[in-house]
Design a protein around this ligand. Structure first.
Ligand SMILES: CC(C)(COP(=O)(O)OP(=O)(O)OC[C@H]1O[C@@H](n2cnc3c(N)ncnc32)[C@H](O)[C@@H]1OP(=O)(O)O)[C@@H](O)C(=O)NCCC(=O)NCCS
Length: 245
């Protein structure tokens, strides 16, 4: 089992970064599902309806960060978590309306078509340029855990880990056509590559992500009942450009 690493600026807490399949059978798995579901609770909807959803959400190329108290040597009780995953904007339900950042209603079919990532996670890690920090949560039952920076630590660590893995994969990769940068010749192993990080959240969380450099893209309004909501559900999308070499 992966040994937790102490968080230097948060004494008493340690974290792990794992692949989805490494969560299978991990002692934290059941509580991780409960922690995220409680943090996101909206009506009867569960963010992770089953254990299998927790394991499969990061896909093959994504990762999950989990924070434990140092005293929790068996790692059964996560206190904060986040995932990073391939961004796929399709939530399986069509929105009623899409509103752009200027407050204008957008033609749904045209707007959604212009978004990336409707297909399943690409097999080629390096071809993925759209990523989503997701299931970012703090144990909601313990108010003393709020505003310590635990959630933002998880997201930052996942970003650092992702960029390191991408740089490493790029160095090891044989030269191929570099279509992303408009270069259909051979890809070099030097130069800057651009990614987009996407956040989908409820409206109240927008300032939290704006403080972390994300800019508002649009708001999608889903019908009552989606994800157990008792009223129309507003999901806001934000994004941030990220580069690595
Ligand atoms: C989103 C959520 C995790 C944020 O909780 P939180 O306690 O505010 O978040 P963090 O653990 O990142 O703490 C950040 C705060 O800690 C404080 N802080 C203290 N030390 C810090 C440090 N070293 N680094 C960063 N922040 C620090 C800051 O004041 C910061 O608040 P700010 O946003 O006003 O700058 C929580 O509200 C939640 O679980 N929500 C439900 C699920 C959800 O909506 N998730 C987001 C969509 S994926």
């Amino acid at each position: 089992m992966i040994t937790p690493v102490p968080i230097p600026h948060l004494p008493g807490f340690s974290s792990i970064i794992v692949e989805g399949h490494q969560l299978r059978g991990h002692p934290c798995l059941e509580q991780l599902q409960i922690t995220v579901n409680n943090a996101f609770r909206e009506g009867e909807h569960d963010r992770f309806p089953s254990i299998e959803h927790v394991i499969t959400t990061p896909g093959v190329h994504g990762r999950c960060c989990v924070v434990f108290r140092d005293g929790d040597v068996d790692m059964t009780s996560p206190v904060a978590t986040a995932m990073i995953k391939y961004y796929n904007p399709d939530v399986g339900v069509d929105p009623i309306r899409i509103i752009d950042r200027n407050g204008n209603v957008v033609n749904t079919s045209e707007f959604t078509k212009s978004e990336p990532g409707y297909d399943s996670e690409p097999a080629d890690f390096l071809s993925i340029t759209h990523w989503e920090p997701a299931a970012v949560a703090i144990l909601s039952e313990d108010p003393s855990l709020k505003k310590l920076g635990l959630a933002v630590y998880c997201v930052n660590q996942l970003e650092i880990d992702l960029l390191r893995r991408l740089s490493e994969a790029r160095r090891k990769r044989p030269a191929v056509p570099d279509i992303q940068n408009g270069n259909h010749g051979l890809q070099t192993t030097t130069g800057i590559r651009n990614l987009t990080f996407w956040i989908r959240c409820k409206e109240h969380a927008v300032p939290y992500w704006e403080r972390r450099g994300y800019g508002l893209v649009q708001k999608k309004v889903y019908p009552k009942g989606v994800w157990g909501s008792r009223t129309e559900l507003n999901i806001v999308t934000l994004k941030r450009d990220v580069s690595y070499s």
